[in-house]
Design a binder for this molecule. Structure first.
Ligand code: NAI
Length: 331
């Protein structure tokens, strides 16, 4: 199939070129994101390939269908960025990569936690300047702490297993309890009990209308003072203004985020020479107990290899059968 590949980064092109030795598609790599201004590049392609921050709203999908596009191949697991109702209306199928490395994301959540707790980022900078003072670097033992996980699917379960290794007690909130998690000693509780009893909370559920702002002022109010909040899932799960208030009052002791609700304007590109116009993100960056990474939790060699292989085999399956097992649609 002819595929217009938007938002292409050199690090992923390498993996896609290798995977395409098997699938043999004709891929045009475009550096630009998919927007109203760049959509014309899709002309002459039956499929487009996009990433998490290429937002596919109704008007873009309508234009894509006029240009002859039949398939959107997402190289992501999440698909909240696509208007699936409009995709169905314009007869565009949407496929995704449901799992590529749950370990990558869970391990990054742990990296955020360990860095926030033991302040290795600050210690590293100090030591390089010849400052060996321990002032301000005090951490806490993870051993014996209660860790709360929102969403115990593939990534949440990996995170639970790692935290079990630290001998933490694991609580979970998920409308669909995972039998594997129960087998491994994860305890499912109601939302209020979850918020009250967890010293560390890590988000691993998808962004859905029901989970939008699941962490809001009301939820923060119920949390323990000094709670550690981690979000490696989707920015829209967290109401940033409420979290800023929680940090200012000391209710939230640490915040580690790999995703941010307004990330699409900034993440994945170098803005180091510009003035950041997003005042909420700028405020978050001023807190000493906040650690932000730019949506890199997925970014491991194994994950990139799996993303490339599954994305291209999704396109091949769609081309041969007119459908694909990794298709997403409106429920
Ligand atoms: P999954 O589908 O295996 O698990 C999601 C879990 O969330 C399921 O157990 C589901 O029952 C649960 N859930 C659904 N609604 C819920 C609710 N209202 N409250 C609590 N739990 C709820 O998904 P997986 O693979 O574990 O991925 C989780 C999320 O991680 C993805 O949706 C995506 O947003 C995010 N992600 C982030 C990446 C990054 O680089 N930062 C990379 C990949 C995924």
């Amino acid at each position: 199939m002819k595929i217009a590949f938007f938002n292409a980064k050199p690090y992923e092109i390498e993996f896609f070129k290798k995977a395409n030795l098997t699938d043999g598609h004709q891929i045009c790599y475009f550096e630009m994101r998919l927007t109203e201004q760049t959509v014309e590049l899709a002309r002459g392609h039956e499929a487009i390939c996009t990433f998490v921050n290429d937002v596919l709203g109704r008007s873009l999908l309508e234009r894509l269908s006029q240009l002859g596009v039949k398939l959107v191949a997402l190289r992501s697991a999440g698909y909240n960025q696509v208007d699936l109702v409009a995709a169905r209306e314009f007869k565009i199928s949407v496929v995704r990569v449901p799992a590529y490395s749950p370990y990558a994301v869970a391990e990054h959540a742990v990296a955020l936690l360990l860095t926030l707790n033991r302040k290795t980022h600050r210690a590293h900078n100090r030591v390089r300047e010849g400052n060996f003072s321990l002032e301000g670097l005090l951490g806490f033992d993870l051993h014996g702490m209660t860790v709360g996980i929102v969403g115990t699917g593939k990534i949440g379960l990996c995170f639970a297993e790692i935290m079990k290794g630290f001998q933490c007690r694991i609580l979970a909130f998920d409308p669909n309890p995972n039998p594997e998690a129960i087998k491994r000693g994860v305890e499912y509780v109601g939302w209020e009990e979850f918020l009250e009893k967890s010293s560390i909370i890590s988000l691993h559920c998808p962004l859905l209308p029901q989970t939008h702002y699941i962490i809001n002022a009301k939820a923060i109010e119920k949390m323990q003072k000094g709670v550690v909040l981690l979000n490696t899932s989707r920015g829209g799960l967290v109401e940033t203004t409420a979290v800023i208030e929680g940090l200012k009052s000391g209710k939230i002791g640490y915040l580690g985020i790999d995703v941010y609700e307004e990330e699409s304007a900034l993440f994945f590109d170098d803005h180091s020479g510009e003035v950041i116009q997003d005042d909420l993100l700028a405020r978050l960056m001023t807190f000493p107990n906040v650690l932000i990474t730019g949506h890199q939790a997925f970014f491991t060699e194994q994950a990139l290899e799996n993303i490339a292989m599954t994305t291209l085999s999704n396109v091949t399956e769609f081309e041969r059968q007119g459908s694909c097992r990794n298709q997403v649609g409106v429920e």
